[in-house]
Design a protein around this ligand. Structure first.
Ligand SMILES: [Zn+2]
Ligand SMILES: [Zn+2]
Length: 417
């Protein structure tokens, strides 16, 4: 992929995944599988995730280090990243400039963690401020992960960046939006305007409905950590040119809903019920309601450097609907997915760039129509909430067969947002 022009290149990057060493992940989340699946999605650069875990570090070291802190396997580039759970169970994302920085950082948090070697996403008894100081000490980048989700996220427990990061607030350079939000929601909050928005998959599986379901498109001089850092800091002409992600309504926590029976509530109703559903379950505040609660503006005010946000529905989901399957993990869907990817190089090319007449030559008419419906923004989305993904429907469907994006995995994949 990596198309260069005028001394820069366009890089599609998914900077938050989890390896098989994190809880509730696929056992196929090994570095080889990820390196082979990423290009099929159109992803060039991947954040390793879990880079403080010895087992995962060993796999990373098997790749070729092509530049400090940048690894390559099967043409896919990797940079060192980790998600850390700090006090109040808030998740933070970190990017390291190299192996020694990651090792030094690990040494510093060792005495603050009980599960560094048992979970790829370690817990530490450190505040956001302390964690950011340690990140700064090794020149790592830090920011809140899936910032608005109602569990394990910054805005679930704090009302501002300063509440969370204290005197280290200015060192925070990015915010990850999470699957249930986009730039239109996030730019209603003034304090986020100075931050680079990251859109990452946070995937626990390399299946194409998960890996790269959200990604960033950067314009940078090379797909290496030092240039990525400048991109996030918006230096030397490097910049994000696109955020790509699910329509936020597809996210598991977009609307306020019961975590047991998934009944949706509007904010007033949820408050009136004191966040108790009629079934007895707990109502979790949706990202939409949380953002509107904190909004400084009724309409988003984008800073000049904010790139466009493109809503992308995973192609396997679109195919699932078009061929009348119940979920995207079937052989039929995989076969149809594979024939399109081999014809056009990557999913991103099929969904966003390829000529529809060319697509029609390769695949079934129903699939071509469904891709066209997606491009025309005609796919209907039933919003997710309470831990249940949103569901999509094609415009011409006579009877409603909703597509499940997988098991309702609130319990097992709590953070697979
Ligand atoms: Zn309920
Ligand atoms: Zn997380």
């Amino acid at each position: 992929m990596l198309r260069g022009f005028k001394g820069t290149m366009i890089v599609n990057a998914d900077l938050h995944i989890h390896s098989r060493f994190s809880g509730a992940t696929s056992n196929k989340m090994d570095i080889e599988t990820i390196s082979l699946e990423a290009p099929r999605k159109g992803i060039d650069l991947v954040g390793t995730g879990d880079c403080l875990h010895s087992g995962w570090m060993k796999e990373i070291r098997q790749c070729e280090e092509i530049d400090e802190g940048t690894f390559e396997l099967n043409g896919t580039r990797f940079i060192l990243s980790v998600e850390v759970e700090a006090v109040k169970r808030v998740h933070h994302l970190l990017y390291f400039p190299g192996l020694s920085a990651a090792v030094d950082f690990k040494e510093q948090i060792k005495s603050h963690s009980r599960n560094l070697e048992t979970d790829g996403r370690p817990n530490v008894d450190l505040t956001g401020e302390e964690l950011a100081q340690l990140a700064k000490d090794v020149d790592a980048l830090i920011g809140p992960a899936h910032a608005f989700t109602p569990w394990t996220a910054m805005y679930a427990y704090y009302d501002s960046l300063r509440d969370c990061y204290g005197d280290m607030t200015d060192y925070v350079s990015f915010v990850e939006l999470g699957l249930s939000a986009d730039s239109y929601f996030a730019d209603k909050i003034k304090e986020l305007h100075r931050l680079t928005f990251l859109t990452n998959s946070d995937c626990h599986s390399a299946h194409p409905v998960r890996l790269g379901r959200e990604f960033n498109r950067f314009e940078m001089k090379d797909a290496v950590f030092s240039e990525l850092k400048k991109t996030i800091l918006r230096q030397d002409g490097n910049k994000a040119v696109l955020n790509v992600g699910l329509p936020p309504q597809e996210g598991k926590y977009h609307e306020s809903a019961c975590i047991k029976c998934f009944t949706h509530y509007d904010l007033e109703e949820a408050k009136r019920r004191r966040w108790k559903c009629s079934c007895g379950g707990r109502i979790k505040k949706g990202v939409k309601d949380r953002i509107n609660e904190m909004a400084d503006f009724t309409e988003p005010q984008h800073p000049s450097y904010r790139p466009d946000y493109v809503h992308l529905i995973p192609m396997a989901e679109i195919i699932t609907k078009a061929v009348g399957q119940r979920n995207p993990f079937t052989q039929t869907v995989t076969k149809r997915f594979d024939e399109l990817v081999s014809a056009f190089g990557s999913e991103i090319n099929v969904m966003l760039e390829a000529d529809i007449a060319e697509i029609a030559k390769i695949t079934a008419p129903a699939i071509t129509e469904a891709i066209q419906a997606f491009r025309d923004k005609k796919v209907i989305i039933f919003p997710g909430g309470g831990g249940e993904y949103g569901k999509i429907e094609l415009p011409s469907d006579e009877k409603i067969i909703t597509v499940s994006m997988g098991p309702s995995d609130t319990q097992t994949c709590l953070s697979d947002y």
